[in-house]
Design a binder for this molecule. Structure first.
Ligand code: B12
Ligand code: SF4
Length: 469
């Protein structure tokens, strides 16, 4: 137990934002007992997620737990594993919930129940950040953006019992100060075997490309930060040691891992020495250079997720997707394929410029270029984005359970809603029918990408337009 010097006791007049880590720990040590936090990853009510039998480890909540656990007792509940929040919350002082739009309704329900029991309720994550006024009705405090940048202030207020309605950092902390996530919070759950074996990791944050439908530019602006390479590599080595094997699979949670080419290329060089496997989200500018794809393949990259979004240049322009050049699409795909890297290609439909022809163009592109894992979504204006403000008068509903990119949001100008949905269903069925899977996948390594295709085949067979309303 830490001894407390009387001259370092926090004065109530000292603004919480100015309090140092050291003083914070001393303040915590003054407490009679450690406060108890319940951290919750709520399950969404959406009917449209493909059940692959496993769920990804929630790095966001693990990072929250790692910080909170330094000062408080933590109970970690991931509802997606089948664990649910107890009705009686008397064993907890603070209930903290993470939320995206598609699970906001569920997060709010948990928040309301905890408030009724007199708990301090904290909401964080993308949706409460974007709609903090709405979220405020279901909690004591909203955390805007990442917890690391406001942690000392938030923790001090929890300790002194003087919560503010919103915690928003004046400036973002450098990523070097983000501590090594402690995975034991997730892995000690009795249902942890339902977690995918892909280990989430973070090297960079932010993406200055600035697409108008994306929340990242709103939350982080033009900011792009990265962790020192040693921190990322140490974390990889830690997992290799923990699992006692070299070849493990990492999944980068970065918005856009390649935005600083020099950092990215050095990271890849170092990963090549570690012998790990990895996948990540990436924007395509820069992948047209064969040497980048070659290094990515050599460094153990199995799959890259690329937002092709559309094959219509007008659409790309209208959403400010400056990183995408239609003329480069095929070169990028071919560079990656030559180096054994599979592609998870994202395609969106329902833009005002879309016509029935857009579906055929996309089908042809996918089949010709043998995209391994195409993901189709309906354009969804997420609250807080410039696109949401633009489309608000035309959006059909504000039922957050349906903001999963698989529901019909608004009628595009050049096509009826019915035509949009019938073509959308047809395209998915066509791309995932047995023959098409063979055409796209023949000769490719027998790994989880084949399994995903099989799952998508089963899922798309059942699809009909009603699912999307
Ligand atoms: C990696 C990623 C994925 C991965 C992994 C997701 C996972 N297991 O977590 C995959 C590919 C599976 C995925 C899928 C989808 N994703 Co996604 N994804 C991301 C991405 C790029 C990074 C998320 C991440 O982990 N970041 C790293 C962590 C550490 O940071 P963080 O999440 O911001 O968490 C910090 C803070 O938010 C805060 N915080 C978070 N929770 C809490 C809670 C409390 C109490 C506190 C105090 C603080 C706090 O502190 C955290 C630590 O710093 C985000 C973009 C983004 N920047 O958020 C989109 C994003 C979350 N995805 C999005 C979407 C739409 C989807 C899909 C619907 C796409 C699709 N059509 O399939 C699916 C839905 C999956 C699902 N069931 O939730 C949207 C969500 C928009 C919204 N308003 O909800 C985002 C924001 C991108 C966008 N378009 O703007 N995604
Ligand atoms: S490139 Fe991706 S992460 Fe970057 S702003 Fe566009 S959608 Fe968001």
């Amino acid at each position: 137990m830490q001894t407390i010097q009387s001259d370092t006791v926090v004065s109530p007049l000292q603004p919480a934002s100015d309090i140092s880590e050291e003083v914070l720990h001393q303040l915590a040590a003054q407490q009679k007992s450690r406060k108890k936090w319940l951290l919750v990853q709520p399950i969404s009510n959406t009917s449209m997620m493909v059940d692959s039998g496993s769920v990804s480890m929630p790095l966001n909540l693990i990072m929250v737990a790692t910080l909170v656990g330094k000062l408080f007792d933590v109970t970690f509940i991931d509802e997606r594993l089948g664990n649910s929040v107890p009705e009686d919350l008397s064993g907890f002082d603070v209930v903290a919930i993470t939320s995206r739009t598609l699970n906001a309704t569920k997060a709010y329900r948990i928040g309301d129940a905890a408030l009724r029991q007199g708990k301090t309720v904290i909401l964080g994550g993308v949706h409460p950040t974007m709609l903090h006024d709405e979220a405020a009705a279901h909690c004591t405090s909203v955390v805007y953006g990442e917890i690391e940048s406001i942690w000392t202030e938030l923790a001090t207020d929890v300790l002194t019992g003087k919560m503010k309605p919103i915690y928003r950092a004046k400036e973002l902390k450098p990523m070097g100060s983000m501590i090594h996530p402690d995975f034991s919070y997730a892995l000690t759950s009795p249902s942890a075997k339902k977690y995918s074996s892909l280990i989430p990791i973070l090297a960079t944050k932010g993406c200055p490309v600035g697409c108008n439908f994306c929340t990242t530019p709103t939350i982080y602006g033009k900011n792009y930060r990265y962790r020192e390479l040693d921190l990322v590599l140490d974390e990889m080595r830690y997992h290799q040691k923990r699992l006692n094997k070299e070849k493990i699979n990492f999944s980068f949670m970065d918005d856009n891992i390649s935005f600083r080419p020099q950092y990215f290329m050095t990271l890849l060089e170092e990963m090549a020495k570690l012998g790990v496997h990895w996948n990540a989200n990436i924007s395509m500018n820069f992948l047209d250079k064969p040497e980048v794809a070659e290094l990515a393949g050599r460094s153990g990259c199995d799959l890259l997720s690329i937002g092709f979004e559309s094959l219509n240049p007008e659409t790309l322009k209208s959403v400010h997707k400056g990183s995408n050049r239609l003329g480069n699409y095929e070169t990028v795909v071919s560079n990656l394929h030559k180096n054994g890297i599979a592609i998870q290609g994202y395609f969106m439909f329902g833009f005002d410029n879309d016509t029935e022809e857009s579906f055929q163009l996309t089908y042809d592109f996918i089949m010709k270029n043998r995209i391994e894992f195409p993901v189709f979504s309906l354009v969804t204006p997420f609250p807080g984005t410039p696109y949401f403000d633009e489309m608000k008068p035309r959006i059909r509903h504000f039922d957050w359970d349906k903001y999963d990119t698989y529901h019909y949001m608004f009628e595009p100008s050049k096509m009826s809603g019915e035509k949009l949905l019938s073509n959308f269903v047809k395209l998915q069925k066509e791309v995932y029918k047995g023959r098409s899977i063979m055409q796209r996948m023949k000769g490719k390594p027998l790994n989880w990408v084949w399994f995903v295709n099989y799952m998508m085949h089963r899922f798309t067979k059942k699809l009909s337009t009603e699912y999307y309303y």
